[in-house]
Write a protein that binds this ligand. Sequence first.
Ligand SMILES: [Zn+2]
Length: 221
Amino acid sequence: MTKKTTSGRLGNTNRGFTLIECLVVVALMAIMVALLFSSQKKVLEFANKVKCTGHMRNFAVALNAYTSDNSGILPPSAYGGVNNGEVAIYLMPYMGITYTSKNLDMVLNMLECTGKSWRFGFNSYLSQKPVALVERPSEQIYGIDLYSGRWLDSNVLGWKTTDLTQRTPKPHGGKVTVMFLDGHCESRKVSELTRAQVTRNTSSYLSSDETKAIGSTDYDQ
Ligand SMILES: [Zn+2]
């Protein structure tokens, strides 16, 4: 009798995990790892957005100082134009940075967005134009995150296919950082931005630009 009882107890004590229990543990671990990576990704995305917007605000402040100092004329910002439209060259002194090739590299690095080829580009249509020409500066796009681009021009607006007008994943959770001419910066979906916000008050403006989005909702990804 005693032997039977002992044997029964030992049998219960050493019972292993069932297959279902093992699967539940594995599933829980998978969920925990996924949550960890997901929150880490969100934190990184948020940090990138803050960094990108912060740099753009610095350029916006410098742009305001530059135009005040240059009779209200915006700096060259067109591909192939003066200094190849590298706006940073003109804004450096207004950021308290002396022009040297090393310092220029540093300022150009500030134009980098996520380090995955996204970079800030400036509006070519407004190259060397007077600020007073623009009726609604708070709606006029002066700069925007571009994929491998430096100039916001006809290519970007979709006459050729580009990052903003394709299903290219955008750098800030489906959005790009935009600097408006009044100096404020926002993260926006490409489907929320119109071509008119780039071309308005320039010779390239068409009335149809008012209702044409830069990109469709399919490209908000
Ligand atoms: Zn960005």
